[in-house]
Design a protein around this ligand. Structure first.
Ligand code: MN
Ligand code: MN
Length: 460
């Protein structure tokens, strides 16, 4: 068969546009309700509850068709539908991440400078720092007080009564700034969020604005300054996700990477009929900083969840059983790819690029230079995956992340593969990846959903 990268709108079947556009509405809601990993987990739990899933911890026994989920420290989640076969025959895993590049507040963030109050930030993940100035920003996250109670914070979004920003220099005074290389013309320590300018009536000069803001925060959230030290507050773009283009074929949003794979993944699992092989949707944290820690893909969460499920299905929770299960499992590491951008054509190799509207992009390998840091998926797995997609009529193509030696990137694939699981990367091709406002095509989001659904339903 001829290998063809096909635009999904070419000769589109009747009703396809309606299906594609309808699916994207649920995705836009998911984006607007989930701007942080914690919010995505809450949203996943809510949707899972509606679909009849129960917490794995509350279930004593698991049988074919049972639907369960396990939450990992409020920042990750695994959802499963128990299949007809024993879990030791292998599981179908689709793993994607729900953390996105952003600015985190420092632990001692609040200060006053020249009668303005600011919050200091520390950026998270790979950002172009200049893209985060002079745009409306919101604060999302949690403040955990010393008594253990948690205050949720969501403020500054489009439509709310206030917003925040990081200032930039006016062009009139920008001569020396504009002569600097782009990675340093906005310094990380200048990414300070402007949050107020009204001084308190009384107090120490030079601290009156800070004190007035702290008093407002005390009223609104019941917190004092020390409470910032045990907070996780994320500065994220204030914009809502919305249709992009006169034809509404695209979605512009913060956090597509990697909610654009996570939502189709979640939806495919929630909608799955009882599968042959147990289906497992894994939504993980910390991918943007290397998948470290007990909520990243390098953690033991996946193994521990599988062990608990193995025990509850009666297959037995021995280490050998776990190893067999992992060894026989397949994983789609679902993450975004770079879509070919004609405005930056020189960094792409056209024959092997992700393409907008051409469906899910499969990457046999990622990494940089000579495939460094890559999980190079076996040809046998690539063959199985394309057979599954072809049989289901899923639109797919293959993609590398730009030209060789132009840069590169990694995903969670290698960490899942390290457990013995045959793993391959695939996902939505994206424009402006890691920018505060990223662009994805509705066609590709929908094809991801169809691809993951077909994978979860695989017969062999
Ligand atoms: Mn990603
Ligand atoms: Mn990323």
């Amino acid at each position: 068969m001829k290998y063809e990268v096909k635009n999904g709108w070419k000769d589109a079947a009747d009703g396809l546009k309606d299906a594609v556009f309808a699916f994207s509405e649920g995705y836009v809601d998911f984006l607007n309700n989930g701007k942080t990993e914690r919010e995505c987990v809450s949203e996943a739990v809510r949707l899972a509850g509606e679909a009849g899933f129960r917490p794995l911890t509350e279930v004593k026994e698991l049988k074919t068709g049972d639907k369960v989920y396990a939450v990992n420290k409020n920042k990750g989640i695994a959802l499963m539908v128990i299949g007809k076969r024993s879990m030791t025959d292998g599981v179908s895993i689709v793993g994607s991440h729900i953390d996105s590049p952003r600015l985190d507040l420092k632990q001692n963030p609040l200060y006053e400078a020249d009668e303005m109050a600011f919050l200091k930030t520390h950026y998270y993940g790979g950002i172009k720092k200049y893209q985060w100035t002079a745009i409306p920003l919101a604060i999302h996250g949690v403040i955990v007080k010393a008594d253990g109670s948690t205050v949720k914070v969501t403020v500054g979004d489009e439509g709310d009564d206030v917003t925040f920003t990081i200032t930039d220099l006016l062009p009139h005074l920008g001569n020396s700034q504009m002569a600097k290389p782009a990675h340093s013309f906005i310094e990380a320590e200048n990414l300070n969020l402007l949050i107020g300018s009204l001084p308190a009536a009384e107090g120490e000069d030079g601290k009156k604005v800070k004190e007035a803001v702290m008093a407002l925060l005390g009223e609104k959230y019941g917190i004092d300054e020390e409470d910032f030290t045990s907070a996780e507050l994320e500065v994220v773009p204030a914009f809502r996700a919305k249709d992009l283009g006169f034809d509404r074929s695209l979605i512009g949003a913060y956090g597509h990477d990697d909610r654009v794979c996570s939502y189709p993944n979640l939806r495919a699992l929630l909608d799955a009929e009882t599968p042959e092989y147990t289906a497992l949707c894994l939504l993980t944290d910390k991918e943007e900083v290397g998948s470290m820690g007990n909520t990243g893909a390098k953690s033991r969460f996946l193994e521990l969840t599988l062990l608990e499920a193995l025990e509850k299905t009666g297959a037995g929770a021995g280490v050998l059983n776990l190893d067999r299960t992992l060894d026989r499992s397949l994983c789609l590491s679902a993450d975004v790819s770079a879509a070919y951008d004609p405005n930056f054509a020189s960094v792409y190799e056209k024959n092997n690029s992700g393409r907008l509207n051409c469906g899910i992009a499969i990457s046999k390998y990622t990494g940089s230079r000579g495939k460094g840091g890559s999980n190079d998926a076996p040809a046998e797995l690539m063959a199985r995956v394309r057979a599954i997609f072809n049989e289901a009529g899923v639109l797919w193509h293959t993609a590398e992340l730009g030209k060789v030696d132009e840069g590169g990137g990694g995903t969670i694939a290698q960490f899942v593969a390290n457990l013995g699981v045959d793993t391959i990367d695939c996902g939505v091709p994206m424009l402006s990846m890691h920018a505060p406002f990223e662009v994805a095509a509705k066609m590709d989001v929908y094809q991801c959903y169809r691809a993951f659904s077909a994978f979860y339903a695989r017969k062999q």
